[in-house]
Design a binder for this molecule. Structure first.
Ligand SMILES: [Zn+2]
Length: 368
């Protein structure tokens, strides 16, 4: 396992590449310093100009949101700076933190926006989550698939032609889609949601109809509807910490006063739902890194900490699965902690970890 010489990301992150010891996420971050952002802003203004007022007093566009810091940033840019009238489209959580719920209410209140939110099917979730845990090591597959599919489908049903997403995660943080493009038409292929033949999930009486929320529209359906899905990160510099600073000015709350998470570096990223973060943690047994590595790498690129400072922070945290995350997730799918760890054990990559006689996994790699 090799680590990037600029940040702390290892080469086990799916789809990431290293050039002369530096990961593509760091290389792309540096490239952004030479982008003419005024020119990109003008492109964004022209795009909005095309759609502003296209539905009379109705919505001009849609924004896919969760209610977090990035959603606050997006709405600020699109509604307040660009004077668009957006409809917010969201997939709800099975459980909420108080802070998450407060932030979700705030995007409607502070910016004055309507929200359409899908509450996914709990029965389907319970069955599919257990299966996805065992077969993919991605327990939140069903929720992620709905998060990706629903905004496209709803924007099309509402007859809207412009849909904003936040960042292109592969380009920003490393992954298989390496091109810097504005179109989010092929976002489904970014490997966040593993492609699965939906018929494989038709078990325990579930039919394709039950699973429909997790089915993506085809490219043809999207393009023939006239919908243009775009990443805002193409048009404005995208920076996690900067988005957080902007969000706080519009009423966003961090979670320090509610729940001190184990295993993460901060209290402002993905804070709306405890159980959802189980997915983040599964990167650790599979790839040897988790959310602390991800956030430390973003902070190093942004110049907030040095690589040296981050090493101890990451080593202490990445392996920890927060107890509240685990208990919240297990209460949703109804299995015991002992059963969970038996399944989780199967996902440890034996090239990266070694199990001792007492069942504890030790890292064979060392970040330095
Ligand atoms: Zn890097």
């Amino acid at each position: 396992m090799k680590f990037c010489n600029k940040c702390v990301m290892p080469d086990t992150r799916p789809g990431i590449e290293f050039i002369n010891g530096t990961c593509t996420a760091c290389i792309n971050y540096e490239k952004k310093k030479n982008i003419d952002w005024d020119k990109r802003w003008n492109e964004l203004e022209r795009l909005c100009e095309k759609f502003r007022g296209c539905n009379g007093d109705g919505y001009d566009c849609a924004i896919a949101v969760s209610g977090g810091k990035d959603s606050h940033f997006q709405i600020h840019v699109i509604k307040e700076l660009l004077k668009m009238n957006p409809l917010l489209i969201s997939v709800s959580n099975f459980s909420w933190t108080q802070t998450g719920l407060k932030n979700f209410t705030n995007i409607s209140d502070s910016f004055g926006c309507d929200i359409i939110s899908l509450s996914p099917n709990m029965k389907v979730f319970r069955i599919i989550s257990r299966l996805a845990l065992e077969k993919l090591g991605s327990p939140m597959w069903y929720v992620d698939a709905a998060i990706y599919a629903f905004p496209y489908k709803m924007a099309m049903q509402m007859g809207l032609n412009l849909l904003f997403y936040g960042e292109n995660v592969n380009y920003e943080y490393g992954g298989s889609q390496k091109e810097e493009i504005s179109s989010a038409l092929k976002q489904f292929e970014n490997d966040v949601v593993k492609p699965i033949d939906i018929d494989e999930w038709c078990v325990e009486g579930l039919t394709r109809k039950d699973l429909n929320a997790a089915v993506f529209p085809s490219y043809d359906e999207i393009t023939s509807s006239g919908l243009e899905p775009v990443y805002l990160s193409y048009f404005v510099p995208w920076d996690t910490h900067h988005n957080y600073l902007v969000a706080t000015k519009h009423g966003f709350s961090h979670m320090d006063h509610e729940w001190k998470r184990e295993g993460t570096l901060e209290q402002y990223n993905q804070i709306d739902n405890p159980g959802y973060l189980i997915n983040q943690w599964f990167k650790y047994p599979k790839f040897g890194h988790s959310s602390a590595t991800e956030m430390a790498s973003r902070w190093i690129r942004a110049g907030l900490i040095t690589r040296e400072e981050s090493i101890r922070m990451v080593k202490k945290r990445d392996q920890i699965l927060d107890q509240c995350i685990l208990e919240d997730y297990l209460s949703l799918i109804g299995i015991s902690k002992k059963e969970f760890w038996k399944i989780a054990d199967r996902w440890y990559n034996t090239e990266l970890f070694e199990k001792n006689r007492f069942g504890v996994w030790n890292e064979k790699f060392e970040l330095e």
